[in-house]
Design a protein around this ligand. Structure first.
Ligand code: G3I
Length: 371
């Protein structure tokens, strides 16, 4: 019964939303990060193909999934994902070649027997990893998140990790060079979170500037866009998009969502609010209409801003297809979340209608867009 309820609305929605698809009205590529098992979920396919032109595999191309141990390659899910995308005429955004965090890097990358690897060994392993993964899908993956989350949230420029400890900034430069060598046609992205915020923005611009000055093929900056309701950083985003425009750089909004249960305090004060926060689950029986309306307004304002920078923005991708599949249902604690444009039945939410309206609106006369 439950399954029947879940399947029927999807079909109804796709019919009722005909002519109002995100991909149909977007001036940029419209994407979504989807669960690796999408090929086994035909109930998700209509929503996916109706609204999106690009798909990012949520997990199966990450280093820990593809090469958990040195030389033990694991391409089963990634191969299926790419074949599925091709069968649906969707472009793939590969994610990611290097995730510059220790807890996201298989530990063997940093080790050489019982001692730490040298810079040369680490870079040689990275070269093999990138060459093998990018080479395998040459011509079949349109864009790659080459390096993910390398910038520090605190005082340093780069996040402390085995990557920076062993190879400084050079690993980023080489990662882009080697990805480009393996597939010269792929668009290469430096991807991070909060890189639109004051402080981290300057680090991001500095890093990309230095990489470009050294000839690195960085084609776009990824602004992940994991926002929280009532805290969307519009001004900071605008400054960032303006700065990228000035430098002639492209942006992709790579993992967009608006969490309706703010989570920022989870990390505050040394994590001492966590026990209390882990009990917060206010919308388990559904999201109140006034919250959905506020979320819709905030999505609308965001897309209004994006439209003003449509010469800068190459793609906007949501992170997950509908509320029931969002990573924010389990991170950083378990709760029933509602961060996307479609609800758990795949039905459009007020946020969907608001985004479509902004995307379909004629560009305002004062818009700064120059092509
Ligand atoms: O597949 C296993 C399952 O077998 C096991 O029972 C279960 C127990 O925890 O874990 C499952 O794996 C989880 C996996 O998601 C699939 O659901 C991992 O623990 C969990 O860590 C993993 O989380 C992913 C996270 O990245 C870490 O890789 C999220 O799905 C994914 O949405 C999230 O995506 C990241 C982007 O890559 C980078 N930007 C931030 C974004 C959100 O954190």
């Amino acid at each position: 019964m439950l399954r029947a309820l879940m399947l029927v609305p999807l079909a109804v929605v796709c019919a009722s939303a005909a002519g109002q698809s995100i991909r149909g009205v977007s001036p940029w590529a419209s994407g979504v990060g989807v669960a690796d098992r999408i090929a086994d979920r035909p109930e998700d396919w209509p929503l996916l193909t109706e609204h999106f032109s690009h798909v990012t595999p949520e997990n199966c191309m990450k280093p820990v999934a593809v090469q958990p141990e040195e030389g033990r390659w694991n391409f089963g899910q990634a191969d299926r994902f790419v074949a599925f995308a091709e069968s649906k005429g969707l472009k793939v955004v590969g994610h990611c070649l290097v995730w510059a965090k220790d807890d996201r890097t298989p530990p063997w990358f940093y080790r050489d027997g019982d001692k730490e690897a040298s810079k040369e060994l680490l870079l040689a392993r990275m070269k093999t990893h990138i060459g093998t993964v990018v080479g395998r899908y040459k011509g079949r993956i349109a864009e790659w998140d080459v390096v993910n989350e390398a910038l520090d949230d605190g005082k340093s420029e780069l996040r402390e990790s085995g990557w920076t400890r062993l190879a400084g900034e050079e690993f980023i430069l080489r990662a882009f060079e080697w990805a480009h060598a393996a597939d010269p046609a792929a668009m290469l992205v430096y991807n991070d979170y909060n890189d639109e915020l004051d402080g981290k923005r300057e680090k991001m611009l500095g890093l990309v500037g230095r990489l470009k000055a050294r000839g690195a093929p960085v084609h776009a900056v990824g602004l992940q866009g994991h926002y929280e309701i009532d805290r969307v950083p519009y001004e900071a985003l605008e400054k960032t998009l303006a700065a990228l425009r000035k430098l002639g750089l492209k942006a992709v909004v790579s993992e967009l969502d608006i969490d309706v249960i703010p989570r920022g305090r989870w990390w505050a004060d040394g994590g001492r609010h966590r026990a209390e926060m882990a009990r917060i689950n206010p919308y388990a029986d559904g999201c109140p209409p006034e919250v959905l309306a506020r979320q819709a307004e905030q999505y609308a304002r965001l897309f209004r801003l994006f439209r003003q920078y449509e010469d800068v923005i190459a793609r906007v991708s949501f992170w997950n297809l509908h509320d029931g599949q969002s990573w924010l249902n389990s991170f950083p604690w378990k709760r029933v979340n509602h961060p996307l444009l479609f609800d758990r039945q795949g039905s459009p939410k007020p946020a969907f209608t608001a985004v479509i309206k902004e995307l379909a609106a004629p560009r305002s006369p004062g818009s700064q867009v120059t092509r």
